[in-house]
Ligand binder design. Structure first.
Ligand code: SAM
Ligand code: SF4
Ligand code: SF4
Length: 337
């Protein structure tokens, strides 16, 4: 199999792969899958369109051959895929790979230990508020905070640490929950990452005025629990890291709107039906499933991945404008966050 690291046109290597396992979700977050659009008549992918676990493993090995060091399983909601632990076990068998998963936590409690045993290293759990009323208004399905917290506890008990908690902050919806969230996880070893609301997809009605900038988030937290900046763990880390001055942990802020980081972006994304996207805000993907299901050899699939990455020019967040926000971009629930 062709095995060579590859840089895109801007010199960015291919390092991370996010794999969406399904475009379906048991939540309807207002910023991701608003119920008005993603209702029961919405045309989700048919299950036979999904890549099989064998196809995913084959592709994962090909990507690792081109320099990928980290794979994140995501969705939609990845825990909706049956026997997910089987895929985890297959991917965990690939040497030198950092394997992680992003979930809304709803189904995590009963699965955490099984996933750990299968070889999962860490999890990121999304949680936008600790207040049930606000949480329900954001997740769209009235799901209780307590059940997500149980999932986080189960993941910690299973050793899926350090756990990252993703909180998307949207002006007027949950900015009042920034401080309670910081306080709750302060000293637990879990790392809350406050994420600026992004204009992904074209269904969430995004407006720039709904974004709470990372600098404002830091100011709010720093006013109560003093913070100091720390450097990235590795080049290209998307979160800006801050640690509590009392030594009781750290937080991250992801300012993809106010502080774009395209220059360091090393992430490719694979949709559940096997389309490869080189940017979260792309309008078009490359049909890799067609290749996988043809007679193509590993060498040929690998060559295609190589060429796609080498031709990459994406830097959407750096060139975002009133014109780009209205483009028919793929949905986050389809491409994987
Ligand atoms: N369902 C899983 C979850 O919610 O963790 C995994 C998929 S979700 C698309 C991945 C991440 O994307 C979540 O942390 C979610 O909060 C984030 N996300 C979704 N829509 C977003 C938006 N418009 N702006 C910023 N982050 C968003
Ligand atoms: Fe589902 Fe995650 Fe999107 Fe929320 S953010 S709707 S949990 S995919
Ligand atoms: Fe990467 Fe595209 Fe996001 Fe820029 S906008 S950081 S290129 S995914």
């Amino acid at each position: 199999m062709m095995s060579a690291n590859v840089n895109d046109t801007l010199g960015r290597p291919l390092r991370d792969l996010r794999i969406s396992l399904t475009d379906r979700c048991n939540f309807r977050c207002v910023y991701c899958m608003p119920e008005e659009i993603f209702h029961h008549d919405y045309q989700f992918l048919e299950r036979n369109e999904f890549l099989s676990y064998e196809e995913i493993e084959r592709l994962a090995r090909i990507f690792v051959g081109h320099g990928v060091k980290k794979i994140r399983l995501t969705g939609g909601e990845p825990l909706l895929r049956r026997e997910l632990e089987k895929l985890v076990e297959m991917l965990a068998g690939i040497p030198g790979l950092d394997l992680t998963l992003t979930t809304n936590g709803a189904l995590l409690a009963p699965k955490a230990q099984v996933l750990r045993d299968a070889g999962l290293k860490r999890v990121t759990v999304s949680l936008d508020s600790l207040d049930n009323e606000t949480f329900a208004s954001m997740n769209g399905v009235n799901f209780p905070v307590e059940q997500v917290l149980e999932g986080i506890d189960a993941a910690a008990a299973a050793g899926l640490a350090p756990i990252k908690i993703n909180m998307v902050v949207r002006r007027g919806l949950n900015e009042q929950n920034i401080l309670p969230m910081a306080h709750y996880f302060h000293g637990t070893g879990h790392i809350v990452r406050f994420i600026e609301y992004m204009d992904v997809g074209s269904t969430n009605g995004w407006r720039l005025s709904d974004v709470v900038p990372a600098s404002e988030i830091i100011k709010i937290i720093n006013g109560e629990i003093p913070l100091e900046p720390i450097g990235p763990n590795y080049q290209g880390e998307v979160a800006n890291r801050w640690r509590y001055q009392d030594g009781k942990g750290e937080i991250g802020v992801i300012g993809s709107v106010s502080r774009p980081f395209c220059g360091d972006c090393t992430r490719a994304r694979l949709s559940a039906d096997g389309f490869l996207y080189t940017c979260l805000f792309a309008t078009k993907g490359y049909d890799v499933r067609r290749l996988l299901r043809s007679e193509a050899s590993d060498e040929e699939v690998s060559g295609a991945v190589f060429s796609i990455w080498r031709a990459r020019t994406d830097r959407y967040s750096e060139i975002r404008s009133s014109e780009t926000t209205g483009l028919p971009k793929v949905e986050m629930s389809y491409i994987g966050g």
